[in-house]
Design a protein around this ligand. Sequence first.
Ligand code: URP
Ligand code: ZN
Ligand code: ZN
Length: 469
Amino acid sequence: MAFDILIKGGTVATASDTFPADIGIKDGLVAAIGRDLSGAAETIDATGKLVLPGGIDSHVHLAEDKGPLIEMADDFTTGTRAAVLGGNTTVLPFSVQERGKSLREGLARAHDRAEGNAYTDVSFHLIVSDPTPQVLGQELPALVADGYTSFKVYMTYEGLKLNDGEILATMDVARRTGALMMVHCENEDAIRFLCDKFAAEDRLEPAAHDDARPLVVEREATHRAISLAEVVDVPLVIVHISNGAALEEIERARARGRKIVAETCPQYLMLSEADLEGMDWEGAKFVCSPPPRDKAEQENVWRGLARGAFDLFSSDHCPFRYRHEKGKLNPRGRTDFRHIPNGIPGIECRLPILFSEGVVKGRLSLNDFVALTATNHAKTYGLHPKKGTIAVGSDADIAIWDPTIRETIAHERLHDASDYTPYEGVEITGWPVTVLLRGTVMVRDRELVGRKGSGTYLPRALPFAAHRL
Ligand code: URP
Ligand code: ZN
Ligand code: ZN
């Protein structure tokens, strides 16, 4: 047989082209793309379907330690199960450095938790929380050489935040090694000031979270991160941009020749500050950082997507259970927004939401969709052309979509281990029905048929330093 699997009769779309073609798969790779291919052990009929690269979600949090009082809902099994059923074939979670510990200790834990448990391929970004001379001088460069070619720093969060000097020193490692630095941009001192002020006024409900992290704290930190990167002369990824003003900082910097990759997420299109005002502490379900903004900013993010200012559309999946002693309603969180864990689930709905709201509603082309959800992630993080496209020789990571399925999002039909979705009730058109990971059928007719542990770890090449994509 020429092929192990043949996908016949579908419409193939990449980041650049849309065309009718059959795809022949052999030994886990795309072996042929053409018309009237034949000779396969198995044929999948894709008539009337879209054949897209498997989604790559390059911003997810799985099985991170959150201390004794808080527990993340998803481990690698449940998180990647939800991911693959939502059309993804690769995810990039974080390996977190604990202060006072090495990066490798965090990595050993992350690998241990992922090993044998994933339904998608997995690679790790490093989170640097303690940039000691030893970490910056030896450990981090050695890890970059080992294939951990991206690392993130936070400008907020107690215990994780770096000061400007530490950020500069960490950026300098990115410059020296060619690795890519990601930044969460919010001004921690301003947030602390506002949190203390609201606490003194007894404003402790979930909606205060939004007011304690106003747009200006994100815009200022975005400007500062860009400026620091300019001092060091290094490219940057700005993650989870929630509004037009932060995006404009990036566009101004690009006009000066800075190389900046911009990411946004479904929450900034679909949720708003009004959601945090839900009765009976329901607003806790929507607490994430940066917080959802208002309708005008949702439109600004859509406009940014439409004019190509964003490179990446990721979920920032960071799931906690709502009704749970170690979740959103933990004993302290149910009376004080400052103790509601930050983050919301979204790994399974990311692609259907952008497809339905973006492509079906005519705001984005299908090729833009593929770029924003797969190809640009692979290019940004050193996985292209093995991942993120459909090309001869690439991994056969393929999501076959039925663009006509109509569905109302309901958590009972999703596959993560949280107990809610912030997108409950959203009407969707289009859903991935069959998903192949390196030529293995993982999802067939929306049912999980692949084996846990099919996903492997991916060491990564150095990213394209010269972004834009
Ligand atoms: O609220 C969020 N986004 N939680 C996840 C951690 C982060 O900041 O990305
Ligand atoms: Zn963040
Ligand atoms: Zn995140």
